[in-house]
Design a protein around this ligand. Structure first.
Ligand SMILES: [Zn+2]
Length: 371
């Protein structure tokens, strides 16, 4: 399966008990589309650019998503919601599409489409233009597939950056309506390109890290899910599809961040609270001793993104005076022009790889825990 599948016109997958065929939408066609989409979303002159939560640009991005997916034949569900921020009521929308699989067991893929840091010059190329572009292309690839083993729901959430508002709303409503009953796994795509390493994480083994988020939507440790098999399946899919050299990586352990586990700062958190096993794909560099220690907030060792980087000790030359800390997301560096200058070809390559890996994962049931 891997390289040959890229160019075969038709391939058949045998999976335990049944087989299914997928016309070859895989995948170069769709990974190339993701690169094109990334420019449409994040290019400062020709694209949409910065997309702050609840802004006109966020609405424009929502329309972009809806148009792209309607064009390939999806019925796009728009889910409007409101939330409180700094004493004000704000509004945004989630967008949802679903591709029915042979099983009604469902995997949810989530990407937020707002951005932040525009006041610093960020255009949200990595966070989360890359994830949005890849998720859109993946949804299109799945739509073109004849049969897939599991049902896949792709969810584009608004207003992530100011409090996970779209995903919290989605999970709260879906729980009320039983729409999570068939959901067996969730994949979060947030900042899936740009950093030195593309990681895949599971939820944190310590519920306390998620407690605040869970309680905010009326959930508790009774439902919290910290299973790791979605992460491990994605890791295996990445090896099968893009090979050992480029595969996803499980981050090493540091105090507060056990190996391969992540905090509650993105859209996977409400799903873990609701009892769903998650995987979170995130491009960063956990090996750097950044502003708050080894917390993965420093994304790169590239000297352009440091006042002064001490490569030997993997930290700032002077921790007292450093201002940049190797951060890309939410900064002036989160734009395609600056990223291309710093890392020629990197963001596009990572974006394409993410399409390949998730299509691999979602079109095979060998990566899933059999219940
Ligand atoms: Zn993000």
């Amino acid at each position: 399966m891997k390289k040959t599948l890229l160019c075969s016109a038709l391939f058949t997958l045998s999976v335990s008990g049944y087989s299914f065929a997928t016309d070859a939408p895989t995948t170069t066609n769709y990974s190339d589309k993701a690169v094109k989409y990334l420019a449409q979303i994040a290019d400062g002159s020709d694209g949409i650019g910065a997309r702050p939560a609840s802004s006109a640009k966020e609405i424009e991005t929502g329309e972009w998503i809806k148009n792209k997916l309607t064009q390939v034949g999806y019925d796009v569900i728009t889910q409007p919601f409101s939330y409180e921020k700094s004493g004000k009521t704000k509004t945004s929308n989630n967008y949802i599409v679903e591709k029915a699989g042979l099983s009604t067991d469902t995997i949810v893929l989530v990407a937020h489409y707002d951005s932040t840091g525009d006041d610093h010059g960020s255009l949200g190329a990595t966070d989360n233009g890359a994830g949005l572009a890849a998720a859109t292309a993946i949804a299109e690839a799945l739509h073109a597939a004849q049969e897939i083993p599991y049902t896949v729901r792709v969810l584009f959430v608004g207003a992530e950056e100011n409090g996970l508002n779209g995903s919290k709303h989605y999970v709260t409503e879906a729980l009320k309506k039983g729409q999570l009953d068939n959901v067996i796994a969730m994949i979060n795509y947030d900042t899936v390109g740009g950093g030195d390493i593309v990681y895949v994480h599971a939820a944190h083994s310590d519920y306390k890290q998620y407690q605040k988020t869970c309680e905010a939507i009326g959930l508790s440790d009774k439902t919290y899910n910290k299973e790791t098999w979605v992460r491990d399946g994605m890791l295996a899919a990445s090896i099968d599809r893009i090979g050992e050299e480029q595969k996803y990586v499980v981050h090493p352990g540091f105090p507060g961040y056990p190996a391969g586990e992540t905090g509650s700062w993105s859209d996977h958190a409400p799903f873990a609270c609701a009892g769903i096993p998650i995987a979170y794909v995130e491009s960063t560099n956990f090996n750097i001793n950044g502003e708050e220690g080894y917390d993965g907030y420093s994304q790169t060792e590239n000297p352009l993104m440091w006042d002064c980087y001490d490569a030997e000790n993997k930290t700032a030359c002077d921790r007292k005076t450093e201002t940049k800390w190797g951060k890309i997301w939410h900064t002036e560096f989160d734009r395609l022009d600056k990223l291309e200058q710093a890392f020629p070809g990197r963001v596009n390559k990572q974006t394409k790889n993410n399409v390949e890996v998730v299509v691999e994962y979602l079109t095979n049931n060998k990566y899933f825990k059999q219940s």
